[in-house]
Design a protein around this ligand. Structure first.
Ligand SMILES: [Zn+2]
Length: 87
């Protein structure tokens, strides 16, 4: 209890929103599962369920191929709020 958890309560945000289908063009939904360096967040941190994590991984990879989400981020382009322009 002494240390503060980085991610509070874990639950699947996509189950809560009752997401059945994800669109790779919908960057707003993808950002829940991307780190600040645009890496796909592991399920143990986000609390996503297996079903939605699988969907997310497919959709993010599609979005990367469509150049909506970068594959890599160099040290210079790391910003604290990378998703502000991504809505
Ligand atoms: Zn879910």
């Amino acid at each position: 209890m002494a240390e503060k958890r980085k991610y509070k309560k874990r639950y699947c945000k996509y189950c809560e929103a009752k997401v059945d289908f994800m669109d790779y063009k919908d960057a707003g939904a993808l950002r829940f599962s991307l780190s600040e360096r645009y890496k796909i967040m592991p399920r143990r941190l986000t609390g996503n369920c297996k079903r939605h994590q699988d969907m997310i991984s497919v959709v993010i990879k599609r979005a990367r191929a469509a150049a909506l989400v970068p594959y890599t981020v160099t040290r210079k382009t790391v910003v604290t709020a990378p998703f502000e322009n991504l809505k």
